[in-house]
Design a protein around this ligand. Sequence first.
Ligand code: ZN
Length: 271
Amino acid sequence: MPELPEVETTCRGIGPALVGQCVTGVRVRNSRLRIPVPDELAQRIVGSRLHSVRRRAKYLLLDFGGGSVIIHLGMSGSLRVLSPDNAPDVHDHVDIVFGTHLLRLRDPRRFGLVTWCAGDPLAHPLLAGLGPEPLESGFDEAYLFHVTRGIRAPIKQVLMDARKVVGVGNIYASESLFRAAVHPLAPAGRIGLRRYARIAAAVRETLNDAIRAGGSTLRDYVGGDGRAGYFQQQYFVYGRVGAPCRVCATPIERRVVAQRATYWCPNCQRR
Ligand code: ZN
């Protein structure tokens, strides 16, 4: 699944090729995504110039001045910049043509979305209730401490709650808590400022490492027709049940927490 680092890398990959270009066409081959692609999409953006591409949580926001196209990659989506004569695959559902370039959404499972927002996209119902960005300054120990008082849910579940902080998916929550040496089942309301400082730093490091790993795939977002650049990384705990901890060699444990597989080292991570 594309996580925050993949979406950030996509944003950095497609922006330089497309910002400043005018839309010359829209082709919707299958509008049945998580929410239907609006019929008026072409009417809204053909002839408009792309002002910027930015990311909020796992949404990409294409600003056309008079409104924005909001894109989410869902479970399996990817965006690429191709030449306009590139033949579509069966899963290539939406093309936005910018003269000599084309932005193509491929989404085999169709949990992604492409929609139009006339006003401020940050106020759109999809985005309005989202918590802070983990790589921006509002995400720190004081914030985490404040929003977790009285919460008995495990810290891992809280990190994955987009109302508390966006973009920390299942893999990155487990990996961040390992780096912070905090047990994923520790009740969030019992964690103090000192440990929250370690958690905030670990979340940033984990995401930034993944973005750096993705940086090497940036060129794949422009040209070529390879598959989506979901980053292959070496994980500390994720997916490693029974394998020796990379720090202390204790076997990694696994339990399903809030329907998600959760991994930790019972020696390195403390409740
Ligand atoms: Zn360990």
